[in-house]
Design a protein around this ligand. Structure first.
Ligand code: ZN
Length: 207
């Protein structure tokens, strides 16, 4: 079981990247396809988003999406045609996941019925995987997209470890985010965790 004390074992992180920059856009809905086997495991990276990218977008999440095939594990823990899972880049807490739609959406109300249909399943599957990997007692799920530069809808799915101190529980868990570079979970740790989580997700049914 993981504990918050495990943070002390982490070294300095490498260069950090932003999760999202606002105002990017994806348009169209004609190129999406999904291989059901891909979602489950070895060929999951073949999944394509239901949109095409436009030049000049300044949304980091969308720009990252454009290089999906070359993303490190921490930036594509798992994915299907509608959603991608990443590890928060600036968290002190290992296992802080973020679920992002694979097209530019700034309000939950803008999600399609198909995106909405798999949203809940993703949240539950990620919670199960985090429980299996971290030993957390439950998970938190939050979505605000209020911070400047982070308007792209993103759902935080956070492991609530047994020993998280009271002043870091509930909404105050955000104290684990926006950590200075030398306090963040190192990229190598995020990648290893992503691969482990992916293994658990691959054994479950797909959304
Ligand atoms: Zn975006």
């Amino acid at each position: 079981m993981w504990t918050t004390a495990m943070r002390s074992s982490f070294g300095r992180s490498g260069s950090a990247t932003s999760l999202c920059r606002s105002s990017g856009s994806l348009v169209g809905n004609t190129t999406g396809r999904v291989n059901s086997r891909a979602v489950r495991g070895a060929t999951w990276f073949m999944v394509r988003p239901p949109g095409r990218y436009v030049a000049g977008m300044d949304c980091y999440t969308c720009r990252t999406e454009a290089r999906f095939d070359t993303l490190p594990p921490r930036e594509r823990v798992d994915a299907d045609v509608h959603w991608r899972v990443v590890h928060a880049f600036d968290s002190r807490l290992p296992g802080w996941l973020v679920l992002v739609p694979r097209r530019h959406v700034t309000s939950i109300a803008e999600l399609t019925d198909a995106e909405a249909a798999s949203l809940g399943t993703w949240q539950v599957r990620l919670s199960r995987a985090l429980t299996a990997v971290t030993g957390c007692v439950k998970t938190y799920v939050m979505q605000y997209a209020e911070q400047a530069g982070f308007a792209h809808v993103h759902f935080h799915v956070v492991p609530r470890l047994a020993d998280i101190p009271p002043d870091h529980r509930g909404p105050r868990a955000f104290a684990y985010l926006h950590a200075p570079p030398d306090e963040r979970v190192p990229e190598a740790t995020m990648d290893a965790l992503a691969i482990e989580l992916r293994g658990h997700l691959a054994t479950e049914s797909t959304p």
